[in-house]
Every structure is written in C-alpha cells, then in structure tokens.
Write a protein that binds this ligand. Structure first.
Ligand code: PLP
Length: 285
C-alpha cells in the first residue's frame, strides 16, 4: 500500500481524492516543494520548508499547519512508505471554492497534500554529463515563487527533451536566467557564476548548498548574471536541482562545453556536495 498525506491525514493513495473545484486544479493557484530523501533521511528539509512557507506568503496563501507539525507528518510519510533514495512532493493550494478569480472567503481552508516516490541518484548522467538546449525564457516575472503554474517551464523542457536534451537553459534576451527545473552555472578561469537570486529565478536550495560548499572549498562564487556568449565560451557549465544535484553540462545545442567532458571545478563541487549529504544523512550511500 502506498501512503499519501491529504489535509492532515495519512491515507491509502487509492482513497485520496481531489475536488474538481480545487483552485490548484483549476487555476494552478498554489505552491509546492520537492525535498530529497537519501538513505531514508531528508536533506535540507528546513530550507525547503522555509521556502514553502515563504512562497505561500508571497501569494497570500495560508497553510493550515504549523511548520513543525507539517515537517513531522512528512517524516512519518517517508517512514510509512520506507523510502530509501527518493523525494517528497508537497503541495498547497487555496482550497475548494466555486470558480471565480478573486480569492474565496477566509473560511475556505487551503488544501495540503504530499506523497513520496523512490528516485535514484542519476549517477551515470552525473558522471558523464548531459546536453542542454537554449530556449527563450517567456515565463512571468515572479519566478522566485515556487508556483504550481509551470507552463513556461514545461514547454521549454518538452522542446529540449523532444530533441534528446536533458534540460532547457533559459535566457531573457541576452542574459541566462536558469534551467526549466534547475539553476544554471558557468565556470570561467576557476570562478563559478550564477544568476543572482532575484524575481527572475527560483533561489534553489541546491544552489545555496553549492554556494556554501564552494566557500569552504575556496572556489570563488559570484552571483551575477552572464550572457549567452559568456555561457558559450565557458570552461565548464553545470545545472543543479534537488533531484539532479550537481549535473555537468557537456554540450549546449551542437556546441561542446570545453573539451566536452565534466570539468575539474564541477567535479570538485560534486564531491563536496556528496560530503555534505553524508554529513546530514549519515546512512546515505
Ligand atoms: C525553475 C527551477 N529553478 C531551480 C530549481 C532548483 O531548485 P532546488 O535546488 O531547490 O531543487 C528548480 C527545481 O525544481 C526549478 O524548478
């Protein structure tokens, strides 16, 4: 039996139902998080939970659970499903109400659901590197909110994936923003660069861990936007997310990055990231 979390209760997935007038379903009026599980333990849970409540606040959505209570329920869910290496998907919407654009009455409670899934670490892609396609970023101007509205991201990912690429790297005009479901980084002369945490990107939790480990490894890390030309002449490129960790990019469209192999700085960051996982979730392999 697969156990899921729906509005305060753990239940069999077969019993979980969503109302057709849930505002998440009709409008994408909600927010979400994806938390990594390694060796049965969550990684950077606090940071994900804080971002979840911050996203909710930014769209004026009240989550009907205290953070500690929700964290405890998620840990119970992971245990109930005996997740080893996987993820927790957590979502909150503005609840169920007759369809109208403005917010429902304040007595309508937000819906909160969560489920778990085994997701192996993508080791061979992390070893060999992946390819990406450059796509114009046509999303809205509040990409800092982890909103359920992902059409801009989905269309970009689909276009890239249908041509055999792992990810789409997005750009607004000449400036690179982020991936369709990841943050984007370039390395030139030993310096790592990524877009600053503005409204134009999601401030990834993985991005923050990378900034942190770069600091302890003595790798210069700059949060300033870079151009397409700079990306295309980078020594190394990588993307990062909760599920992909530090993922080397070896080809952009038809063009090789450097020599077409994961670079030394990327490798160093992958190693340091792994160490951080082992510190936080000691039974992870
Ligand atoms: C658009 C976007 N940017 C960045 C990220 C990376 O965020 P995190 O490292 O918190 O998973 C994601 C993750 O899903 C994303 O969807």
């Amino acid at each position: 039996m697969e156990t899921v979390f729906v509005n305060g209760e753990l239940m069999d997935r077969k019993e979980a139902k969503v109302d057709i007038e849930d505002r998440g379903y009709q409008f994408g009026d909600g927010i979400y998080e994806v938390v990594r599980v390694y060796g049965g333990k969550t990684f950077t849970m606090k940071e994900h939970m804080e971002r979840f409540y911050q996203s909710a606040e930014k769209i004026k959505l009240h989550i009907p659970h205290e953070m500690d209570e929700l964290t405890g329920l998620i840990n119970r869910l992971i245990e109930a499903n005996s997740i080893h290496d996987g993820i927790v998907y957590l979502q909150a919407t503005r609840g169920v109400a007759s369809r109208q654009h403005h917010f429902p009455a304040s007595d309508v409670k937000g819906s909160v659901v969560a489920y778990t899934k085994e997701v192996p670490v993508p080791q061979s892609q992390m070893d060999q590197g992946v390819t990406v396609k450059l796509i114009e970023d046509v999303r809205w101007l509040r990409c800092d909110i982890k909103s359920l509205n992902l059409l801009g991201n989905l269309l970009a990912k689909e276009e890239a994936a249908s041509e055999g690429h792992f990810e789409a790297i997005l750009h607004r005009g000449d400036l690179v923003t982020e991936g369709s479901s990841s943050n984007a980084f370039m390395v030139k002369d030993g310096v790592v660069r990524t877009h600053p945490a503005t409204n134009l990107i999601l401030n990834g939790i993985t991005r923050r861990v990378i900034r942190d480990v770069a600091g302890s490894e003595g790798i210069p890390f700059q949060e300033d936007a870079f151009t397409l030309d700079e990306l295309l002449s980078a020594d190394e490129v990588f993307i990062a997310s909760t599920t992909s960790e530090v993922m080397p990019v070896v080809k952009i469209g038809e063009r090789l990055v450097g020599e077409g192999h994961p670079g030394a700085v990327t490798r160093k960051l992958q190693g340091a990231f792994r160490k951080r996982i082992e510190q936080e979730a000691p039974v992870a392999h």
